[in-house]
Design a protein around this ligand. Structure first.
Ligand SMILES: C[S@@+](CC[C@H](N)C(=O)[O-])C[C@H]1O[C@@H](n2cnc3c(N)ncnc32)[C@H](O)[C@@H]1O
Length: 319
């Protein structure tokens, strides 16, 4: 278990100081440095919904605001961009250009609106409607900031475009990682927020990273004090999708057969570094407060609520 006491002085501050204004179906997040991000409320009955912000975006945005040099004068890529919160944080600290990619054509209107709200010139970003599976960038990037659809989803449940990450939650994360050298300069790096099935204290992706990445280090930082139990997660699915009870039980049983019974779920940030001559290395490091700020760490006692929140993000349309 990773612990950060509630009175722990965070090594880096919360530079977001976010306030939230809900206006009908729209949400406006206003930040201390004067920028604003418009999204939509969760649960909108619309397959092209734009995701609201939570701890995943908060963690990565706070990292960018505390370590602006990672984005300043850099060419940045935000795949799975939605409203573009990570790319706009990068533009705010001086990124030279951001490419936003989303399969949802409605994301483009949110980039334009968020640019207008923040007086960001249209020449500083490009909005691309496309699929991560076949997107070919015109040039490679210095930095990738990503919050992909990462919710592990029983195969028979359709889930949502924003959240369904396939049976183990890694489908789109792995597509991004497998194509990383197509997107990144050799010196480039990537920060990717994920939700992972965990066996013992290790996320399943730890076994795959050495095969997927070539000659890049990967540091995995846990974002939750305590992994969520898979039982709570399955109960959440059952409450949301009662008619899929058999499918949920079969999914759970397939995972147990493949990985054993002691499975849980947790969030991590995967920090992929520059290419080198060294073989790919992959570590878990409990350094969340130093990199992302203690404010965005998910404290013990919240893991059950997080499991249910993630399951319900996948359920807007199909109950
Ligand atoms: C979890 S949301 C993240 C949105 C935004 N980056 C944020 O942090 O608020 C994931 C986004 O990925 C998009 N998406 C889903 N499948 C995709 C794919 N195959 N290629 C590109 N984008 C995809 C969805 O439309 C959604 O906007």
């Amino acid at each position: 278990m990773t612990t950060i006491p509630s009175d722990f002085p965070s090594p880096i501050p919360d530079r977001l100081q976010r306030t939230v204004e809900v206006l009908g179906e729209e949400i406006f997040y206003r930040f201390a440095n004067g920028f604003t991000i418009k999204t939509e409320r969760l649960g909108k009955q619309d397959p092209w919904q734009i995701l609201p912000l939570g701890s995943p975006q908060g963690s990565l945005m706070n990292h960018v605001l505390n370590f602006p040099e990672i984005a300043r004068d850099q060419h940045v890529f935000e795949p799975f961009a939605g409203a573009g919160p990570l790319g706009f944080a990068a533009l705010k600290v001086g990124a030279s250009h951001v490419d936003f990619l989303d399969i949802n054509p409605r994301a483009v209107a949110f980039h334009q609106e968020n640019a207008r709200l923040n007086q960001v010139s249209l020449s500083r970003f490009t909005s691309i409607t496309g699929d991560i599976a076949d997107f070919r960038p015109e040039h490679r990037y210095n930095l990738i900031l990503a919050n992909p659809p990462f919710v592990p989803t029983p195969e028979e449940i359709e889930g949502t475009l924003t959240s369904n990450g396939g049976s183990e939650g890694s489908r789109l994360v792995e597509q991004l990682l497998e194509r990383l050298d197509t997107f990144l300069k050799p010196s480039g790096k990537a920060l990717i927020y994920v939700f992972q099935l965990v066996k013992g204290a290790r996320p399943l992706i730890m076994e795959r990273l050495p095969r997927i990445l070539s000659n890049r280090p990967a540091e995995n930082t846990p974002c939750l004090a305590q992994p969520s139990s898979i039982e709570t997660y399955c109960e959440g699915y059952l409450a949301l999708f009662p008619s899929f009870d058999t499918a949920i039980a079969q999914w759970r049983s397939r995972l147990s057969q493949q990985y054993g019974h002691d499975l849980a779920l947790s969030h991590y940030v995967i920090d992929v570094g520059a290419k080198s001559d060294a073989p790919t290395s992959c570590v878990i490091r409990s350094n969340f407060a130093e990199k992302f700020g203690a404010k965005f760490f998910i404290a013990a006692g919240r893991e059950g609520a997080i499991a249910l929140e993630r399951a319900s993000e996948n359920a807007s349309l199909h109950r």
